[in-house]
Design a protein around this ligand. Structure first.
Ligand code: ZN
Ligand code: FE
Length: 256
């Protein structure tokens, strides 16, 4: 079993440390900063062996070079984006396997938020590290991709087991949920989820990770096939990706 440590940094980012106890391997996923990672490693006596980057944004790669310099770890990221990943050592692509001690992650190519965005799927541990692709009750903005591309990426995630834990890179669930309620106000799973999310945030606790099954039931960006959403958006016969595109457009204009 992997040990997964969640480190909150900056305003709302999460860095993850993934430790494989039998192989002494430890990966930092999307280290925005080096210092909190070094401190957490120190406290646990772990040695950093890998950095896994989901995409090139500064709040996901900011700690790469300092961590590499201080620990000698290997940096693994999408080959297609190698010019934008500081210190990249190992270039990966869709379907590649990344070994972390005895554990293994499969690379999913999930463009949309950025053109070179990937996710890491630890199937045995039911853990998905998806960066800024899927969020609690939301999804990433389309900075470099078309809605159709992002929808294909989300479809890949939709096909994972419902018990998959979604380790996304930001604590956005509460704000996302307020928007989600405008899209599907009567969805009982969403109403129930918002109660849970609000209670967690009031106690200062993270709402991440969430279960994929819960996202499928409540996250409007995974539900363009919902009859209630299609009726509300007056898009009864559109394709799923077109309904998704409209929900994304509404979110971009939403003032919470
Ligand atoms: Zn980003
Ligand atoms: Fe981000």
């Amino acid at each position: 079993m992997l040990e997964i440590l969640q480190i909150p940094v900056l305003n709302d980012n999460y860095i993850y440390l993934v430790h494989e106890p039998n192989g002494w391997a430890t990966a930092a996923i999307d280290p925005a900063l080096a210092e909190p990672v070094l401190q957490a490693l120190d406290e646990r006596g772990w040695k950093l062996t890998h950095i896994l980057n989901t995409h090139h944004h500064g709040d996901h790669v900011g700690g790469n070079l300092e961590l590499k310099r201080k620990t000698g770890c290997a940096i693994i990221a999408m080959g297609r984006d190698k010019e934008r990943i500081p210190g990249i050592d190992v270039e990966v692509a869709e379907g590649d396997l990344v070994s972390l001690g005895h554990a293994e992650a499969r690379v999913l190519d999930v463009p949309g938020h950025t053109s070179g965005h990937i996710a890491f799927w630890f199937a045995e541990d039911l853990a998905l590290f998806c960066g800024d692709t899927l969020f609690g009750l939301g999804c990433g903005r389309l900075f470099e991709g078309h809605a159709r591309e992002m929808w294909d990426s989300l479809e890949k995630i939709r096909s994972l087991p419902g018990q998959a834990r979604i380790f996304c890179a930001h604590e956005y669930t509460l704000a996302n949920g307020r928007f989600a309620l405008t899209v599907e106000p009567e969805n009982p799973a969403l109403l129930e989820r918002m109660d849970r999310v609000q209670a967690l945030r009031e106690q200062g606790l993270p709402t991440v990770p969430s279960l994929l099954a819960d996202e499928l039931a409540a996250n409007p960006f995974l539900r363009p096939d919902s009859p209630a959403i299609r009726q509300r958006l007056m898009m009864p016969n559109a394709q799923d990706w077109q309904v998704f595109a409209e929900i994304r457009r509404m979110k971009d204009e939403f003032v919470g």
